[in-house]
Design a protein around this ligand. Structure first.
Ligand code: NAD
Length: 478
């Protein structure tokens, strides 16, 4: 057994929280260790953000070549989707980014301990904050750093009656490994993951049904976004069943597919039976908090997630937490930002809790959806004097040129204080455009400033300017 005591900070987990926090800590001169049992980059790089966006890029190109191409005077014959090549491109993107992290780690002299880490202390054998690592070769290492950041991430939740078998009933983990696009799919859950997979599989030819328990798709978002998304999905031939769920006893595996019974969440009715090649269960994610020795170490959970204080400290001394284990929003960029806050605190540079309202949300299907801040309903529930400005992309020259005119920008503001409270976008490049909204909220911009900032013409960003003007009924191209 090896013992190491020289580290200032140890990250348990090398996902977006762990690897970004580690690099940032090293930049600040801390001695850093990362314990990782799988691959650096975590869910985001290997089973989430990056591989799904790589496949969505293939889908977007395929759609553009077939639909936007001929309209713009570019025709291509014999266009077809090559699943093997798409998976190769996805794999190459992941590998390249993983090697990038490895290279940065090496340069920053961050030590990676391969294996499963577990909190050992406090006990007569180990002080608080001691971490044991059972390496692949069976050798044990005990690390006693000054601080530990628990960043072990999350995994897909499953539903009783729909146990994943990796082939017919899958979570997002297995969906990524399917070699072929299913001919038909039922997607349970119309959150970020369900929506992205519905869009992807539809673009690649599948018949898709989304079953969402809430009244709209992406129920956490502004209701207008969910409604517009459902409208566009239906236009693309995606069946959207809201206020519906699957019957846990109504699932039947067949040799060539699955039959599920879908029923309304409220009210009576047997619902109907849907048959599909594949059922994707996308009903949220659960934190990886088991087998870490949390309880013995004195780390308290709240609603299943690790409870954290003003500096993301846990209830145990010198133990912190970041990423999906601390609860929603379960987003890679939030995980990274929290990890940096923890390090700022440890390095004596301030830190402190982030305002979750400043965290943008982004969903990368077609159409793209992105938002930051309060929905209209949430702003009203807070008793704000709400003013709303909405501007459709069909009034934006660049959107017309690009042939993507569906969707809109909606700005929620406070009529009396003029504060921007929320920015909601559905349509072309929403996930890039939302950066403006995030900056506006961080800088506590007045909605007038959002309308005054001059955008290049023609660009899609003009939709933000117009939506800001629309708050006072002054949008030009409306
Ligand atoms: P989610 O919580 O965002 O959505 C799950 C959806 O499933 C909800 O809309 C919920 O109402 C619905 N649901 C739950 N149980 C159901 C049932 N029995 N029948 C029908 N519907 C049911 O979770 P997700 O989409 O699985 O994503 C997991 C996490 O990963 C989220 O925190 C999400 O933010 C994150 N994520 C984000 C992105 C992105 O931002 N682009 C992409 C993927 C994942």
């Amino acid at each position: 057994m090896t013992e190491r005591e020289e580290f200032d900070v140890l990250f348990l987990g090398g996902g977006p929280a762990g690897y970004v926090g580690a690099l940032y800590a090293a930049k600040l001169g801390l001695r850093v260790a990362v314990v990782e049992r799988d691959r650096l980059g975590g869910t985001c790089l290997h089973r989430g953000c990056i591989p799904t966006k790589a496949l969505l890029q293939t889908a977007a190109l395929y759609r553009a070549i077939r639909e936007a191409g001929p309209r713009a005077g570019v025709t291509a014959d014999g266009v077809r989707f090559d699943a093997a090549a798409a998976h190769r491109a996805k794999g190459e993107a992941v590998l390249r980014l993983e090697q990038g992290i490895q290279h940065l780690f090496k340069r920053a002299r961050i030590e990676v301990f391969r294996g499963t880490g577990r909190l050992l202390g406090p006990s007569i054998f180990a002080p608080a904050g001691a971490v044991g690592v059972r390496g692949e070769g069976g050798e044990d290492v005990v690390l006693t750093p000054k601080a530990v950041v628990i960043a072990t991430g999350s995994r897909p939740k499953t539903l009783p009656g729909l146990p994943p078998d990796g082939r017919r009933i899958v979570t997002s983990d297995e969906a990524l490994t399917l070699e072929e696009v299913p001919r038909s799919a039922v997607i349970v859950g119309g959150g970020a993951i369900g929506v992205e997979w519905a869009s992807l599989w539809r673009d690649l030819g599948a018949a898709v049904t989304v079953v969402e328990a809430a009244e709209t798709l992406l129920p956490g978002e502004d209701a207008a976004i969910g409604r517009e998304l459902a409208r566009q999905f239906k236009k693309r031939g995606i069946r959207v069943l809201t206020g519906a769920t699957v019957d846990v006893d109504g699932t039947e595996s067949l040799p060539d597919g699955v039959r599920v019974r879908v029923r309304p969440v409220h009210g009576a009715g047997d619902g109907n039976v849907l048959a599909a090649d594949v059922v994707l269960v996308a009903v949220g994610r659960a934190p990886n908090v088991e087998d870490l020795g949390l309880e013995a170490a004195g780390v308290r959970l709240e609603n299943g997630f690790i409870a954290t204080g003003p500096h993301y400290e846990t209830t145990a001394p010198s133990l912190y937490a970041a990423g999906d284990v601390i609860g929603p929003p379960m987003l890679a960029h939030y995980a990274q930002a929290v990890a940096r806050r923890v390090i700022d605190h440890l390095a004596g540079r301030g830190g402190g809790r982030l305002d979750p309202r400043l965290v943008p949300r982004a969903v990368y299907g077609f159409p793209e959806v992105a938002a930051v801040g309060l929905t209209e309903a949430a702003a009203r529930a807070e008793g704000r004097d709400v003013a709303v400005g909405t501007f459709p992309f069909r009034g934006i020259g660049k959107a017309v040129i690009e042939g993507e005119v569906d969707g809109f920008v909606k700005i929620v503001a406070d009529r009396s204080t003029r504060d921007v409270l929320g920015v909601h976008i559905i349509g072309p490049r929403a996930t890039e455009l939302i950066g403006e909204g995030a900056l506006a909220l961080l800088m506590e911009a007045a909605v007038d400033e959002l309308g005054e900032a001059i955008r290049p013409h023609p660009t899609l960003s003009e939709a933000l300017l117009e939506a800001a003007l629309a708050v006072d009924g002054l949008a030009i191209h409306a």
